[in-house]
Write a protein that binds this ligand. Sequence first.
Ligand code: COA
Ligand code: MG
Length: 284
Amino acid sequence: MFRPRRALLYIPGDDWHKLEKGAGLDVDCVCMDLEDGVALNRKEAARATIVQALQSLPFGRAERLVRIQPLASGAAEADLRAVLPAHPDGIVLPKADADGLRRVSGWMDEEEAAQGWPAGSLALIAIAETAQTMIHLQALCSATPRLQAVIFGGEDLAADVGAVRTAEMHELAFARSWLVLHTAAYGLQALDVVYTNFRDPDGLRSEARRARELGYAGKQVIHPAQVPVVQEAFLPDEAEVAWARRVVEGFAQAQAEGRGAFAVDGRMVDMPVVRRAQAILARL
Ligand code: COA
Ligand code: MG
């Protein structure tokens, strides 16, 4: 089981004020950014600022991730070599493919060995955001045992495909489902798209609920106000928890009485339903 990653908050890596602010939030993961959230002429400053943040800010329970630049930029290795000695919990690789993940994981192997950290202890998370990556998801998901989660980069994918972004997300529906099918098959977490309208908590909540219904473990966020909305949306609500308890209790009783299938709230319950109920209780 991986640590919960219900909300993954991007913080521009060159913005000390936002990094400090992020450290004070009750958030599952912070992702200090060196990619698209940072201007080209600020990359160097962002590396130094992220190192300082990792060394000095009290992030509490939050997982500390760094998003490096993509391999195609030519700057990924330098980003990694700059930030890894400050010991983040993991690295996020954008525009990822299987070869790129193996290269990055190899550099992480080297750093772990050099520092005396346990082999494989740094987490790796991929962003799937090109059409090429989406049609080769099996290779991506099985590229390296270091990989823990795959992020659905819906905005970049829409641009790559030439799709028109809509609130209903029908243009991304297939890819969004396709991705979670692959992460489930390989025992990885799936993290949903960014909801860019950060002043619309209701829209965010319903998009996050949809993602959870599909099997996503969490969602990327870009603003502090989005964090509690998303973290709550990825937890089962009271009614679901009460139902799950009735199912699990009913199951124990039915087993004791030698029955496989039984009824809860007038609906048939059998093994797949029991497993779903157990999974709900496991998230609490
Ligand atoms: N992390 C931490 N703190 C953040 C934050 C973030 N991602 N986004 C905003 N804040 C802070 C602001 O600095 C501000 O702090 P203050 O009240 O102490 O001044 C407070 O939260 C409220 O922010 P607000 O004024 O509503 O928004 P803004 O106009 O400052 O910022 C964005 C809006 C979109 C520019 C900003 O949220 C942001 O930079 N998000 C991340 C973007 C990013 O990384 N994109 C790449 C990945 S998709
Ligand atoms: Mg992107």
